[in-house]
Each structure stands twice: as structure tokens, then as C-alpha cells.
Design a protein around this ligand. Structure first.
Ligand code: VGL
Ligand code: ZN
Length: 205
């Protein structure tokens, strides 16, 4: 059995959003196109409390792009984004939600970030996604969404480490690229870890 994990297809990661990923909105049509080929489709949702420690505004003297020590972990500073119950945290309205079976929120603990859809960054707390997939006999997971160099990468690498056969739909992802080239580097890092890199056109073909 295979599942599709749609990572953080949220307004704040699309053009006009608080942490806009260039051309992030182009992933929505691709998600809608591949979804019918999966029996299980889940989405992850970055869902931060206003006091979240990954926000530069909550760490006086820092600005977005800085990296500081938070709870013993090297943490990048971001503009405030995906704040719980705000429009920016909503899943993009263009996504066909009829096919989405479940939603997994992450980044809810103010002291820890959670790029991965499976665990917080310190691996202290699971989101429940791994157990959910295992209960449904899922062996292969397909991952796409936002952003290639953060949440897609961490989700795919955790899935691989958990023992799933992992496929990243490359054209269904867009990168933040704090540094130019981060997107391609993330793809290569995933490939080196044994993640299959595929194109959406090959799904269901
Ligand atoms: C993400 C930065 C901060 C992502 C989430 O979804 O890739 N990136 N929070
Ligand atoms: Zn976040």
C-alpha cells in the first residue's frame, strides 16, 4: 500500500505569505493531479503558537536567517509564520480536500521546531503520522510540498529512517533557498539517503 504526504501546502508558504516560497503555489495543481492515484492522502500543517521559538521576533537581537541555539538545537530564525488560527496557517484554498484522509499538525510546542511531519526536531514527540501509516499497511510513501530544503527534506529523511520506501515528487516541491542552491542540495541529500526522486508525470502512468 502507498500513501501520499502533502507537506505544508499553506498560505504562508505561498506568494504573499509570511514565509513565501518562490512559486510555492505551483505545487497545488500538481497535488490535485496526483492525489487520485493514492488510496491514502494525508497533509501536514505547520501550526505554531504565537510564542514559537523559531520566530526571530521571539528571540530579541535576532533576525530571520540567523541560526541560534534553542533548547540545545541549532535553530534557524524565521519570520512569524503559520500561527495557529490565522489565515496564513490555512491549507491553500485551491487544494482538493475531498481526497485528504487526515491532517497532522506540527510545530505546536513553543520550544521546539518540527520540520518533519513525523517528529519534532529534537525527536522528543511524534506527530502520530508513523503509527497512522503503519496501521494502514503503508510501505511506500510519496512526499511533495513545501519546502524542498526544510519540511519536505526532513519528512522524507525521517520516513526513510523509519523504514518506508520513500519517493519525493520533485516537480511538486519548491525550495525556500535561504542560500541559492539549497533546493538542489536537499534533493541530492535525499537521494544519497536512498530516497527515490521522481516526477509527477510518472505517477499513475
Ligand atoms: C518550513 C521553515 C519553517 C517548511 C516550516 O514548511 O518547510 N520551513 N517552518
Ligand atoms: Zn515553521
Amino acid at each position: 500500500m502507498r500513501a501520499l504526504i502533502l507537506v505544508d501546502l499553506q498560505n504562508d508558504f505561498c506568494p504573499g505569505g509570511a514565509l513565501a516560497v518562490p512559486r510555492g503555489d505551483e505545487t497545488i495543481a500538481i497535488a490535485n493531479r496526483v492525489m487520485p492515484h493514492f488510496t491514502t492522502v494525508v497533509v501536514t500543517q505547520d501550526w505554531h503558537p504565537p510564542a514559537h521559538k523559531s520566530f526571530a521576533v521571539n528571540n530579541p537581537g535576532t533576525k530571520p536567517g540567523d541560526v541560534i541555539d534553542v533548547s540545545g538545537i541549532q535553530q534557524a530564525m524565521w519570520p512569524a509564520h503559520c500561527v495557529q488560527e490565522t489565515p496564513g496557517a490555512e491549507i491553500h484554498a485551491g487544494l482538493n480536500k475531498a481526497k485528504v484522509a487526515d491532517l497532522f499538525k506540527k510545530g505546536t510546542d513553543p520550544d521546539y521546531d518540527s520540520y518533519s511531519g513525523f517528529f519534532d526536531t529534537g525527536k522528543k514527540k511524534a506527530t502520530g503520522l508513523a503509527a497512522y501509516l503503519t496501521e494502514r499497511w503503508i510501505k511506500q510513501v510519496y512526499v511533495m510540498g513545501l519546502a524542498t530544503d526544510y519540511c519536505v527534506k526532513w519528512t522524507a529523511l525521517d520516513a526513510k529512517e523509519l523504514g518506508f520506501d520513500v519517493y519525493v515528487i520533485e516537480d511538486g516541491c519548491r525550495a525556500v533557498e535561504l542560500k541559492p542552491g539549497d533546493g538542489d542540495a536537499a534533493i541530492e541529500e535525499m537521494r544519497a539517503a536512498g530516497v527515490h526522486i521522481v516526477e509527477s508525470g510518472a505517477i499513475g502512468a
